[in-house]
Ligand binder design. Structure first.
Ligand SMILES: [Zn+2]
Length: 79
């Protein structure tokens, strides 16, 4: 019988704990920050809305303004 190298036994530790909500919230926070950095910031809702009206196409969904809780300014989003 050829000598077989024993395979290392798979380690079965305790299952990793599910990601806590904190991690998920932090991920969303990161995405919000990235979206914030990529968007134009307006100081007021009126400013954002007026810009959206001026530049909105005649058809299709109109951009709407939303208050950004990352920078405290206003951004435009579509849909
Ligand atoms: Zn922002």
């Amino acid at each position: 019988m050829p000598r077989r190298h024993p395979k290392p036994a798979p380690r079965r530790g305790p299952a990793p704990p599910p990601r806590p909500d904190v991690a998920r919230i932090a991920e969303q926070e990161t995405r919000r920050r990235e979206a914030c950095a990529a968007k134009v910031r307006y100081d007021t809702e009126a400013e954002a809305r007026s810009f959206a009206l001026m530049h909105s196409p005649g058809r299709g969904p109109r951009a709407s303004a939303y208050l950004c809780d990352v920078c405290g300014g206003w951004h435009l989003t579509r849909g």
